[in-house]
Ligand binder design. Sequence first.
Ligand code: ACO
Length: 325
Amino acid sequence: MKKVGIIGLGEYLPKRVLTNAELEKMVDTSDEWITTRTGIKERRIAADSEATSDMALIAAREALEQAKLKPLELDLIIVATITPDMPLPSTASILQNALGAKHAVAFDISAACAGFVYALSIAQQFIARGSYRNALVIGAEKLSSVTDWKDRNTCVLFGDGAGAAVLSEVHSGGILSTYLGCDGSKTELLNQPAGGSRKPATAKTLEAREHYVKMQGNELFKIAVKTMTEAAETVLKQAGLTFKDVDLIIPHQANARIILAVGKKLGIDEEKIFLNIEKHGNISSASTVTALVEAVRSGRVKKGDIILLDAFGAGLVWGACVIKW
Ligand code: ACO
C-alpha cells in the first residue's frame, strides 16, 4: 500500500458577506443570540450566477497550482456536495469539463457535513492501492439555495463556499488513518423533504416550503458532541496515537459550542482546536476542508504536525481522519 498525502489545497469563498445585523432585519433574531448560541458572526453568500461547480473550479485551480499538477494529470475527481448544480449530471462531471481534466474519472458523493472526510477516504483507497495516481477531492456547497430565509432556526447557520485538496503518493507523513460512520435511523432530524423521488417538485411542495433544509438542531447538538468525540477517539486509536500527539484538531464548523464541548470531553486545550465558524458559518461539506486550508495558510499547521479532522452531519454520518502534515 502506498502512503497518501495532501499535496495541494485551495479555497473559494463568495464575495458577498451576510452579517448577523442583516439577518436581524430578515427574521426574528439577534446578533447576541446567533453569536452566543453558535459562534457565527457572518457568512458568505454566492451570487445568483454562481453555482457549486463554479466555486469548486476556483478552489480546484488553486489546489492544482499548489500541487504543481496540470488538470490532465488528474485521474480522479470526487465532489462532496448536498447542493449539486443539478440532480444530474454530477457536479464532478461539470467540474471535470471546466477544468479540462479529461483523463479523470469523476463522481459526486452525498455525505452532508462529513462529505469531505468521506471523499478523502475514498480517494486515499484508490491511490494507496495503485488504481489512480492523482486525485482531486472537493467539498463545495451553495447552501443559500436550499436555505429557508424565513426560518430563523436554520437561516442564521449556513453559508456558501468551496475547498479543494489534491491527493497523491507521498514518501513521508500523509493520511495515517480514517474512520467513517452512519446511523440512517435519524434522517428526520435533518433533511430537505422535497425535490427528490419521494416528493418531486409540485406547486404544493413549493408552497409548503419543503424544498428547504429542515433541522431539529437541539437533538442533533447532543448527538454531534457524542459522535464527534467517539470518532476522534477511534481514529486516533487506529493510528496508534493519543491526544497528546495531536497538534491541531480541525473539526466541522457547525457550532462553536459543539466544537468546544467535544474538546472538553477529549481533554484538549482550546488552543489546539481550529475555529473559523465566526466568518463562514456552516458550509457543510466545504466546512472541514476550508478550515484545513485556513489552518495551513495561517501557519497553525506546520510540517510534521499531527492533525485530526472530525466531522458530523445529516444522514446521520460522521468521519474522522488523522494526517501527518
Ligand atoms: N434567533 C433567536 N432565537 C432562536 C433562533 C434564532 N436564530 N433560532 C432558534 N431560536 C429559539 C428557538 O425558537 C427556541 O425558542 P423557544 O425556547 O421559545 O422554543 C430557543 O431559541 C432555543 O432553541 P434551541 O433549538 O434549543 O437552541 P440551541 O441552543 O439548541 O441552538 C442550534 C440551536 C444553533 C441550531 C444548535 O442546536 C445546533 O447547532 N445544533 C446542531 C447543528 C448540527 O450539528 N447540524 C449537523 C450538521 S449540519 C449539516 O449536515 C448540513
